[in-house]
Design a protein around this ligand. Sequence first.
Ligand code: FE
Length: 202
Amino acid sequence: MASKATYNLTYGLFVITAKDGEKDNGCITNTVGQVTTSPNRITLAVNKGNFTHDMIVKTGAFNASILSQAASFDIFKNFGFQSGRDVDKFAGFGDVVRSENGLYYITKGANSFISASVVNSWDVGTHTLFLADVTEQGVLNGVPSMSYEYYQSYVKPLPKKATKTVWRCKVCGYEYEGETLPADFVCPICKHGAEDFEKIEA
Ligand code: FE
């Protein structure tokens, strides 16, 4: 059980947006935190497999829209479960405004936004950790922020009864069919590894 203590850390959930030329993109993370107030700075860790990651590395700018308890599962599907390399995530999502830095933030399912300018970054293996100055911020409404625990309890769809042995991703619900899950398996949807899957017996 000790190895699961990190699951009890509290996290928020965020749509991270970036813009490279005419291309807008966004992804979901749970990894924004304020580290200093003067100067006002935040950190953000982004998986290197995300298209948004490459855009932040190139442009040095991102917005974090803070998801609220009004965010539907559709927002997670749109920004989290597909890649901006394949689709325009804003083609069917019009609830956006551009902040002073020219990047989108989302106005549906979010209660605030933060614009940030990267001042340093570190390669931390699977992710890049960015340290960034807050350049603009705004509160959109008073709906409480969505925690990762709230998402797990109330937003992620309830699993269907398994009819064969499957391994279910505890993060996004993706199901892998088979008696054994390869140790190096990576979830094709949320990119978490085999350690974040649980076996569901038929
Ligand atoms: Fe997953």
